[in-house]
Design a protein around this ligand. Structure first.
Ligand code: 5RP
Length: 220
């Protein structure tokens, strides 16, 4: 089974968590693209979606799913998104696709976060995947120096501008033993918009595509 087949299995498995006649929160990435394909098969049974990126918005619209402005939506029952790493406490690193800020906003509104991954994303300690940090452009060098003080090795993601007009620093070589504390510390650096640690608001349900089928993990 290929990695993409495992992503697809996880993406389609998320469909059963979608509540009829609601607005669905939709993340970003190759795994979510499979979920959007699945969602299109029940598009007449939902009101529509709130999207976490221009890329997902384009795909949702192309498949005939209405996309709502989050400011006009008071409730999202379920948010479905992928991750770059997830540990057994349901803390995640996200932002490989540079959509972390909008993802974190939609996740904050949602009642339930369904994380969909293939089995390469499960880790015991977060940090092998470089941690993305979205930064206001003029603060890039200052924030990089502050991230070094926290023990990381930040690298400017060349040529990438986020949907919000900002830049990304990818922080290498961090063993993140306390994700909640690190998430809070990095977010406190002036000039940081947000970072890709999703620990203070982690996943509620994890669906992992594996060669043996989709494994379901529920947060304790
Ligand atoms: C985008 C993300 C994605 O969820 C993450 O990068 C996983 O992507 P993929 O499903 O393509 O492996 O956080 O900002």
């Amino acid at each position: 089974m290929t990695q993409d087949e495992m992503k697809k299995a996880a993406g389609w498995a998320a469909l059963k968590y979608v509540e009829r006649d609601t607005i669905v929160g939709v993340g970003t990435g190759s795994t979510v693209n499979h979920f959007i394909d699945a969602l299109a098969t029940i598009k007449d049974d939902i009101q529509g979606a709130v999207s976490s990126s221009e890329a997902s918005t384009a795909k949702l619209k192309q498949l005939g799913i209405e996309v709502f402005d989050l400011n006009n939506v008071s409730e999202i029952a379920v948010y479905v998104d992928g991750a770059d790493e997830i540990n057994d406490r349901m803390d995640m690193i996200k932002g490989g696709g540079a959509a972390l800020t909008r993802e974190k906003i939609v996740a904050a509104v949602a009642k339930k976060f369904i994380c969909i991954v293939d089995n390469t994303k499960e880790v015991s300690i977060l940090g092998d995947f470089p941690l993305p940090v979205e930064v206001i452009p003029m603060a890039r060098s200052y924030v990089a120096r502050e991230l070094v003080k926290l023990g990381g090795d930040p690298e400017y993601r060349q040529g990438v501008i986020t949907d919000n007009g900002n830049v990304i620093l990818d922080v290498h070589n961090m063993k993140i033993l306390d994700p909640k504390v690190m998430e809070t510390k990095i977010n406190a650096i002036v000039g940081v918009v947000t970072n890709g640690l999703f620990a203070n608001r982690g996943a509620d349900v994890l669906l992992v595509g594996t060669p043996e089928g989709v494994k379901t993990v529920t947060s304790k």
